[in-house]
Design a protein around this ligand. Structure first.
Ligand code: ZN
Length: 259
């Protein structure tokens, strides 16, 4: 067998990723041919990340069930099963499939869009080019003495507390977005805003940018349309916090390590 012809295959049915069954749960199929039949008109995307590793992705219409060799897992749940680089590839695969399906026609003239590069399309009529649009959101850990600000948003799927977060608006810097979101959601002003890190958030097409900041002034007054609870917590009385895959958890863990 010539393994150099093998490649990773990311096959999605909606948000369900196809995995080859293993004792540990599953792995991304690594072989020469597509693991399950590719239907007519379905594009096989050839993609890569910053490390240059090429991988393939396509979508199928019908879920895989009752199969001895393959199983499926949701993209979020795949974080706990796959190595980090495989999870990132899966995220990009899912995003490009989503973007392809949602950008069939030109937004200017309505003619069909055709792939120009692996991650861009050009209109067959007027020549307009489009790329996937990334929606940037900030998330911020606000410190006050030995406490941090945690909130419960109404759209959280569970009872845990997270961090203030929100989408960047046109015309503002990331730091201005941090200030605005904290003020809007909690009535507080912050200072010493520092970049922490970023993370692709393919649910769909997001980029989370994490910051730390210090409390500056104000009394907590929650934006009740978005938040149902929010206050400062010490490390001794932390409520339930988000899972390991989230930027919120990375920020909180980093603070716990340093305090
Ligand atoms: Zn056009």
């Amino acid at each position: 067998m010539n393994s150099e012809k093998n490649k990773y295959w990311f096959v999605f049915c909606n948000d369900q990723l196809l995995l080859e069954k293993t004792k540990k749960g599953g792995r991304v199929p690594y072989q020469e041919e597509a693991p399950v039949p590719v239907s007519e008109w379905t594009r096989i995307h050839e993609l890569s990340l910053f490390d240059g590793q090429v991988f393939h992705a396509y979508s199928i219409d019908n879920p895989i069930t009752e199969n001895d060799r393959y199983t499926t897992v949701g993209l979020r749940a795949s974080f706990d099963i796959l190595p980090r680089n495989m999870y990132l590839m899966a995220g990009k695969a899912q995003e490009i499939i989503f973007w392809d399906k949602n950008n069939r026609y030109c937004p200017v003239c309505g003619m069909p869009m055709k792939f120009h590069t692996t991650i861009s399309k050009r209109c067959s009529g007027c020549g307009k080019e489009i790329w996937p649009i990334v929606s940037t959101a900030i998330i911020v850990l606000v410190r006050k003495g030995n406490e941090i600000l945690l909130v419960h948003a109404r759209n959280f799927r569970g009872d845990y507390y997270g961090l203030v977060a929100g989408f960047v608006e046109t015309g503002e810097t990331l730091e201005e977005c941090v200030q605005r979101e904290v003020l809007e959601e909690t009535g507080l002003r912050v200072q010493n805003i520092r970049y922490f890190g970023s993370q692709p958030w393919p649910y769909p097409c997001g980029l989370m940018v994490g910051f730390t900041a210090d409390y500056a002034s104000g009394e907590i007054k929650l934006q009740t349309s978005e938040l149902s609870a929010g206050k400062f917590f010490t490390k001794e009385n932390l409520p339930d916090i988000p899972g390991k895959m989230s930027m919120a958890r990375m920020l909180i863990d980093d603070w716990l390590e340093k305090n």
